[in-house]
Design a protein around this ligand. Structure first.
Ligand code: AMP
Length: 194
């Protein structure tokens, strides 16, 4: 299964992707996690990305594509993946499309988690208190939501126009949201994993 998960920051993509990974037997690839690992390791890329991330902005497209290409070339991604946090703008949609075409690995599904802005704000506030992520600071969250509306919402519209988007209600119990996502996935792909 090759799946893209879309949704605003705090919409539950990461949480649901961890569960989907177990259910579908494919790795969860979060570009935010890859960047945070680079920041924690203090690599040159991590040092460059940190300021951009802390401001709630997007890291450059070429850095992100290089990072994704490297991750997708690892053995565990041969059977598929759950992509979380990429693509984030229309240039990344095109880059992903080209990359997957070269790899002969077309996407099976694109699922968007819908969560209203007021709930996003309260969820990220809770995460800020629990995990202390600098970009969950309420002021930065406002910036991230603007970036989402301007740059990432068109990504969902693009997949919608191409008949690939499934919108799922992301509000409610984790289990209920999980079941809604599974119901939105192509059945043959799930059955293939038992
Ligand atoms: P996330 O954990 O997906 O919310 O990502 C945290 C931050 O990492 C974002 O606010 C961006 O600064 C950066 N980031 C993650 N994925 C991307 C991407 N595909 N393109 C550009 N920046 C990204």
């Amino acid at each position: 299964m090759r799946l893209v998960l879309l949704g605003a920051p705090g919409s539950g993509k990461g949480t649901q992707a961890s569960r989907l990974k177990k259910e579908l037997g494919v790795p969860h690839i979060s570009t935010g996690d890859l960047l945070r690992a680079a920041v924690a390791a203090g690599t040159p890329l991590g040092r460059k990305a940190k300021a951009v991330m802390d401001a709630g902005q997007l890291v450059s497209d070429d850095i992100m594509l290089g990072m994704l290409e490297e991750r997708l070339s690892q053995a565990d991604a041969k059977t598929g993946f759950i992509l979380d946090g990429y693509p984030r703008n229309l240039a990344q949609v095109e880059a992903l499309d080209g990359l997957l075409e070269r790899l002969h690995q077309p996407l099976d599904a694109v699922v968007k988690l819908d969560v209203p802005p007021e709930e996003i704000v309260s969820r990220t506030e809770i995460r800020f208190k629990a995990e202390g992520r600098a970009d969950d600071d309420p002021q930065v969250v406002r910036k991230r939501l603007d970036v989402y509306a301007e740059q990432t919402a068109p990504v969902a519209e693009w997949y919608q126009r191409h008949g690939m988007l499934k919108a799922v209600d992301g509000v409610g119990e984790l289990d209920a949201v999980f079941r809604r996502i599974l119901a939105a996935l192509p059945g043959d792909r799930i059955a293939a994993h038992g």
